[in-house]
Ligand binder design. Sequence first.
Ligand code: GTP
Length: 257
Amino acid sequence: MTTTQITLVQIDNYGPWTVTPEPRREVDLQTLQSRLYADLCQQIGREDGYVFFTRFDNMIAVTNGLDRADHELIQESIDNRYPVSVSMGIGSDASPRTALVDATEVLQTAGSAQDGARTEILGGEVLPEGERTTEDVQIAHFDVIDVTGTYTDRVDAFETFIAIEQGYAALMRYLYEEHDSLSFFVGGDNVIAACPGLSEPSYEDAISHVSGEVDVDLQVGVGRGSSAHDAGMAAKHALEECRHNGTRVERTATADD
Ligand SMILES: Nc1nc2c(ncn2[C@@H]2O[C@H](COP(=O)(O)OP(=O)(O)OP(=O)(O)O)[C@@H](O)[C@H]2O)c(=O)[nH]1
């Protein structure tokens, strides 16, 4: 069984900050957001977690292996170096969807995202070290089959962008509603999903659904591990197997098999 630890990272009181004392230059906000995301990638990644930019003001991380002190250190470091601070809510569950619901509740219970008095909240429980297993995280790494030949080298860049985004939208909704999974666009033609312990037919169904709905053809590599990094690397290797074998779904074997 999987147990995904999810951390919701929310910039404190960001809405008011973007317009106080008057609206700030958009390019400066974009620079701040992308630097903060890169920073979190590095700090969470150092502990083998993954973070996804999501809406930038709210970012979602898979943080199996990060304890409370790791979270605190990241918050302190951000506070010391940025004009904004971040709050973090943590949740753990077999279902990534439920883990995120729990993580979200931690912050919502503490107050509004636009409450100037609610800053640097850290709440929720991390997975106790003794309860972690080598199969806690399941990561699925999707990409569009031959995006280069079908889109990038053939149609204009915006047509390609629309096709990729539509594939992403169809996939994220299907995996969320049918399989409690959280999917994130990570650039190029790639989507990474944090999933519960799904079997191969579930992935085949997801790929067929996206193909039927928006005519975008996907392949997926699936991996398990004790952390997002471990599971994600296994998924990348499995995706290479898809490319090598011409298959749609490849999954590294797990103890559940
Ligand atoms: N984030 C991320 N992006 C990747 C990765 N691999 C490729 N990309 C991106 O995806 C784009 C397309 O690369 P590929 O998916 O290898 O190209 P393709 O033409 O679809 O070829 P096949 O995947 O072999 O069908 C690249 O330009 C990168 O932007 C990855 O592991 N992670």
